[in-house]
Write a protein that binds this ligand. Structure first.
Ligand code: ATP
Ligand code: MG
Length: 219
């Protein structure tokens, strides 16, 4: 099976010693991969490298027809459009409705079947929020806000969803709902790369585990 994304010996150092080093792994279509490791291990750093929010100091990331080394700023939007990204801190616009938050992320791409607004409505329906599309984030529960972030990540129909601690802000019941949603999306064909402190909650997704310790893959 071809790789959706492949990292080869990726290194990134913050000032001083922390960062990640020698990271190599790949994610294949429809896989559910769970990135585990204690706080400060480098999970968020790795997700930021994959979305090229941080640029690897050395090593290479391959994504579809692109490679990270020497990538031009003008190519970054095309790179990121292959990915759906669910941020730990949500990054929702408070003065915009759920629909507007999703719609603003919808690219006007010719090769996607529906128009941006229709795709936004469809993404909100997939996460079970059709009845709340005109609500503002502050009028919604944390779990509902998390659903908007997932709809926003899905709106350009990415092959791979990156999610940073998608359930760590949620109570247990809501967290089960969100994990069931991620599992359903995965079964419908979206590959998942999820960073979490609570791997036991994801057992139903039958994930493959990548364990990170002090910036390196240990298992
Ligand atoms: N902007 C930054 N500047 C300097 N050091 C940073 C920066 N961001 C992260 N680090 C350091 O890099 C290391 C890895 O951080 P990272 O956020 O990737 O960990 P994490 O595994 O996501 O942890 P958590 O489980 O708490 O979210 C930590 O030692 C952290 O202090
Ligand atoms: Mg983190």
């Amino acid at each position: 099976m071809i790789d959706l994304i492949k990292l080869l010996n990726v290194n990134y150092q913050f000032n001083g010693s922390s960062g990640v080093s020698g990271i190599s792994f790949e994610v294949k279509p429809s896989e559910f991969v769970l990135m585990v490791g204690k706080t400060g291990a480098g999970k968020t750093t790795l997700l930021k490298l994959i979305s090229l929010e941080l640029i690897p100091a050395s090593g290479e990331i391959f994504l579809e027809k692109f490679r990270s080394s020497g990538i031009k700023p003008s190519t970054l939007p095309f790179w990121r459009r292959q990915l759906g990204i669910v941020y730990q801190d949500f990054r929702l616009l408070r003065e915009r409705t759920a629909l507007e938050n999703v719609r603003l992320a919808a690219a006007c791409e010719r090769n996607l079947p529906n128009r941006p607004k229709n795709r936004s409505l469809k993404a909100l329906a997939r996460v079970g929020l059709s009845h709340k599309i005109h609500s503002y984030p502050d009028e919604l529960s944390t779990g509902e806000q998390q659903r908007i972030t997932i709809a926003r990540a899905l709106v350009n129909e990415p092959f791979l969803l990156l999610a940073d601690e998608p359930v760590s802000n949620l109570d247990e019941e809501t967290s089960i709902e969100i994990i069931e949603l991620l599992q359903k999306l995965n079964q419908a064909g979206t590959a998942m790369l999820v960073a979490t402190h609570q791997p036991e909650r994801f057992t139903p997704c039958q994930p493959r585990y990548i364990r990170i310790k002090e910036g390196m893959i240990v298992e």
